[in-house]
Write a protein that binds this ligand. Structure first.
Ligand code: P1T
Length: 385
């Protein structure tokens, strides 16, 4: 597709953006170009590609496709979501500060609290669900505001448009980790964010067989830095993984639609169950930020977090009784997964901090897959009994 075709609908872009039929054979699927290096007609005058860390045709197709879906002018793919986050952090300088939402993936928290300080970068954490209070944590040294919306694992939201407007006035940038929503349900650049981060490991690939990441932006200065750092730091994905992610993206729109429908129905049923204290799901009318979800998202997503009566032991019982939901880290695949944030994905956050932000021992996170809703509910019901 050409640049002007970016006006095409999401479903169309997901299948075609960045992937014109191959010129030599007409192959309709993007070829996997495994070459690590490319022949040059003259010294230091490569045709298009020179070395696969710097650039690779299969990766370029993935980057163009992701950029089209996130309404960005540039895309950069990485070996994992964490590699994308690490590369973005390197855009900052010693003395710079990050203001981050207080509920983020445990690995992001670990990166910001245990790696970033070594680069001279300090991070402050604040609750994104209270916009005014969150913005009050900005300092003159804040250069980057790091948002997850919905958050992992509490499904809190950030008012991306309001935060981005204020942060721009302050001369800083906003990154939105859009992993939980995917571009099918939310496009943060259209809301004013400067850069979108993805763990493509999740919904974007959607089949739990790749670890990958991406950064998408329309900020030319930032794009130039990211291009340099992608090559200089070298945390790039393999061409085969890029191909798999591209293949996954083709069905992203229909997958997300079903994830939303089934998670919506299950969240209602769970809310009415006596063994459940509280259900966190942005698509539920009783979610404290449901109005914001309706404003900035196109559906509540496929992740539900549930607080069970009875703490760790109850959570352990529930998780080990599940038969269709698999007890495992990660999310966003076709198969349903369940996990215990306090001891698994968010164990790198100190216990006191976890308690303070509301990640209790009785909290379980469900990634609702594409199995039939009736079977998933039966499974949840028997595990809750
Ligand atoms: O696992 P990796 O591809 O490196 O992505 C890190 C990451 C970044 N952002 C969000 C919102 C994430 O959820 C993750 C990874 N999360 C899990 C593995 C998990 O089970 O929550």
């Amino acid at each position: 597709m050409t640049k002007s075709d970016h006006e095409a609908a999401f479903e169309t872009l997901a299948i075609h953006a960045g992937q014109a039929p191959d010129e030599s054979h007409g192959a309709v699927m993007e070829p996997i170009v495994l070459a690590s290096t490319f022949a040059q007609p003259e010294p230091a005058k490569p045709k298009l590609y020179e070395y696969s860390r710097s650039g690779n045709p299969t990766r370029a197709a993935l980057e163009a496709c992701l950029a089209a879906l996130e309404k960005a002018s540039s895309g950069f793919a990485f070996a994992s979501g964490s590699a994308a986050a690490t590369t973005l952090l390197h855009c900052l300088s010693p003395g710079d500060e990050v203001l981050c939402g207080d509920d983020v993936y445990g690995g992001t928290y670990r990166l910001l609290t245990r790696v970033a300080p070594g680069l001279g970068i300090k991070t402050t954490f604040a609750d994104t669900s209270d916009t005014q209070q969150f913005l009050a944590a900005l300092t003159p040294k804040t250069r980057l505001v790091w948002l997850e919306s919905p958050t992992n694992p509490l499904l809190k939201l950030a008012d991306i448009a309001r935060i981005a407007e204020r942060v721009r006035e302050a001369g800083a940038r906003v990154v939105v980790d859009n992993t939980f929503a995917s571009p099918a349900l939310q496009t943060p650049l259209e809301l004013g964010a400067d850069v979108v981060l993805h763990s493509t490991t999740k919904y974007i690939n959607g089949h739990s067989d790749v670890v990958g990441g991406a950064l998408l932006t329309s900020d030319a200065e930032l794009a130039e830095k990211l291009k340099f750092l992608q090559n200089a730091l070298g945390a790039v994905p393999s061409p085969f993984d890029c191909y798999l992610v591209l293949r996954g993206i083709k069905t992203l729109a229909v997958r997300m639609q079903r994830h939303v429908e089934t998670a919506g129905a299950l969240s209602e049923r769970l809310s009415a169950h006596p063994g459940v204290l509280r259900v966190h799901y942005p698509g539920l009318a009783q979610h404290p930020q449901h109005a914001l979800a309706r404003k900035q998202m196109r559906g509540g997503g496929g992740i539900i977090s549930v607080e069970l009566t009875g703490g760790t032991e109850r959570a352990r019982q529930f998780l080990t009784r599940l038969r269709i939901f698999t007890l495992a880290e990660s999310l966003g695949g076709v198969e349903s997964l369940a996990e215990h944030p306090a001891s698994m994905t968010h164990a790198s956050i100190p216990a006191a901090q976890r308690q303070a932000i509301g990640i209790g021992d009785g909290l379980v996170r469900l990634s609702v897959g594409l199995e039939h809703e009736r079977d998933l509910w039966k499974d949840l019901e028997q595990a809750l009994a």
